[in-house]
Design a binder for this molecule. Structure first.
Ligand SMILES: Cc1cc2nc3c(=O)[nH]c(=O)nc-3n(C[C@H](O)[C@H](O)[C@H](O)COP(=O)(O)OP(=O)(O)OC[C@H]3O[C@@H](n4cnc5c(N)ncnc54)[C@H](O)[C@@H]3O)c2cc1C
Length: 512
């Protein structure tokens, strides 16, 4: 792959953070080098739902939805557990609207509101029960990317789905054959591919050619200033100069088991992101003397590992969003007890997995299983099988709940016990009384970690004295999340990532 040895701005990583930073810098007239460690572009952003959460976005106006700065900030503060830095939240809220408008102006992105998709804590101050802050990137025609269309990471099963077709967006994950065929014939892709596709197209149009299989090894630091990056490209090391700045956008450290054990607040055994997110940027920032923040946190999800489901060379972990929220399924721990509202949002549910049992000094709710009955399985389908299809062989089953519990090492007397957890006035619970009964192990997973080098409001990485490290910028999951623990609604990670990716790219391009 062709690349230069000198750029104004060097961007490491090609997810939403890196692409947005690169685009912002290139549009400022900077020469930009965009380097991606994987063989494919897009990172976790490309296989994600592609939904950004942006308060006060202009599509709310068109839909007659009211929102305000005060409401958005009050809402984020209500979820922050005092961990969020106000200036970062303010910068996010104050720049969200412009960022979406800018993306629609300078790329082919055209968002629509995710219809009636409530914020994740609509009852909190400033929460929006009727939605309006979560945006859908729609479908993007990948044929417009020419040879690059095959160079973007995608999920085998769902790249052609729009977010509203998926379980994350309220759909079933299944479409009729005709629609699937039409989208495949026209290479129309939705979700994360529809978000990153237009960004890649805009970069290619500006003459920024990404370099694949290019791993950043370390920062080059000269007199306290970051002046470049040592890269591994095609088996050879190259020193690439960055005249104005280096933007770290290398994603989280969820695939680095050492870093996970060292930093995360509790067990995390199922990363759902791309396996190249191994904390390289975090380690580079640490070596450059960065102050770290939010290190115990991640964007949590309950996840399932289906045997034989391999993606990007690794066992795939899938989000469990649908089956757990429908009547006839309960989430239980080893005591056979329910421990949370099964239909709570995925990020908040991570807290239930990390609950400590003080008496046994262990995790009260790990391991965990989703237990469901035949009626549930038949009516809703389960874990990749559509309604009415036979339940996959790998799912443990037994004719009675007691036998199922004994098979799995769950307390048989406890299974079926019940708390009264209700999310809304309509409980999603239903009786489990039609055998056979099934149980799927549910793991504490993540969409990506959310701790890393602290940055200021323009994405400059701060040192241990909270002074900017000259020439070093960071955005996305590599950095301490601007909203800390707060996950406002669908898109709670990508919203801030687009905003701060753009700000970091702008700051790097205009640095002296
Ligand atoms: C299935 C799924 C669904 C999701 N849905 C949503 C959603 O709808 N809305 C939302 O807000 N969030 C969602 N998320 C979370 C969201 O995808 C991530 O938070 C976001 O994509 C992170 O963006 P990023 O740019 O920081 O990192 P990534 O998109 O992961 O990109 C990081 C890139 O850096 C590269 N890299 C790593 N190390 C190096 C190195 N040394 N040199 C060069 N490159 C390197 C990686 O290979 C990777 O391509 C979802 C996540 C998953 C897995």
């Amino acid at each position: 792959m062709a690349f230069s040895i000198e750029y104004d701005v060097v961007v490491l990583g090609s997810g939403a953070a890196g692409l947005t930073a690169a685009l912002a810098a290139a549009r400022e007239g900077a020469s930009v080098g965009l380097f991606e460690k994987a063989d494919l572009l897009g990172g976790s952003s490309a296989i994600s739902g592609g939904v950004p959460w942006i308060p006060l976005n202009h599509h709310q106006d068109e839909a007659g939805i009211t929102d305000s700065r005060d409401e958005a900030l009050a809402y984020l503060a209500s979820l922050s557990l005092d961990r969020m830095r106000p200036e970062m939240a303010e910068t996010f809220v104050d720049n969200g609207r412009d960022t979406i408008q800018w993306l629609e102006d300078v790329t082919e992105l055209e968002f629509t509101l995710l219809p009636s998709y409530p914020d994740y804590h609509p009852e909190n101050p400033g929460g929006k029960p009727d939605g309006g802050r979560s945006l859908d990137p729609g479908l993007f025609r990948f044929t417009t990317l020419g040879p690059w269309s095959d160079k973007v990471a995608r999920s085998r099963r769902s790249a052609h789905l729009k977010i509203t077709d998926t379980t994350l967006g309220g759909g079933t994950g299944f479409l009729d054959d005709e629609t699937v065929q039409y989208r495949l014939d026209n290479d129309l892709r939705g979700c994360g591919n529809a978000l990153v596709g237009p960004l890649i197209k805009a970069l290619l149009d500006l003459g920024v050619t990404p370099v694949l299989a290019a791993q950043a090894l370390d920062l080059i630091i000269d007199g306290g200033r970051v002046t470049g990056v040592r890269m591994l490209i095609g088996g050879q090391e190259h020193d690439i100069t960055a005249r104005r700045g280096v933007v770290l956008a290398t994603g989280g450290f969820e695939w680095n088991t050492d870093l996970v054990a060292e930093f995360l607040r509790g067990p995390m055994t199922a990363p759902t992101s791309v396996p190249t997110n191994t904390g390289d940027g975090l380690l580079m920032a640490m070596r450059a003397g960065a102050r770290l923040g939010n290190m115990g946190q991640a964007w949590w999800v309950p996840a399932v590992q289906i045997p034989g489901d391999i993606a990007f060379g690794e066992q795939r972990s899938n989000l469990v969003n649908r089956e757990r929220t429908l009547p006839g399924a309960i989430l239980v721990n080893a005591r056979g007890r329910r421990f949370t509202n099964e239909s709570t949002n995925y990020n908040a549910l991570g807290g239930a997995f990390h609950e400590m049992d003080a008496l046994s000094f262990g995790y009260a709710n790990l391991p965990a299983w989703l237990v469901f009955d035949e009626a549930h399985a038949r009516r809703y389908g389960s874990f990749g099988t559509p309604p009415g299809s036979p339940i996959a062989d790998w799912i443990p089953r037994a004719t009675t709940l007691r036998a199922l519990a004994e098979q799995l090492g769950i307390d048989a007397d406890g299974l079926g016990g019940d708390g009264d957890y209700r999310f809304t006035k309509d409980s999603t619970l239903g009786r489990l009384d039609e055998g056979p009964f099934y149980a799927v192990p549910i793991q504490s997973g993540t969409l990506g970690t959310s701790g890393g080098p602290r940055t200021d409001t323009s994405g400059r990485v701060l040192d241990t004295r909270l002074q900017p490290i000259p020439g070093l910028y960071a955005a996305g999951n590599v950095a301490a999340a601007p909203t800390a623990m707060a996950y406002g609604g669908a898109g709670g990670t990508l919203g801030p990532i687009l905003v701060f990716g753009r700000l970091a790219g702008l700051a790097a391009a205009t640095a002296s």
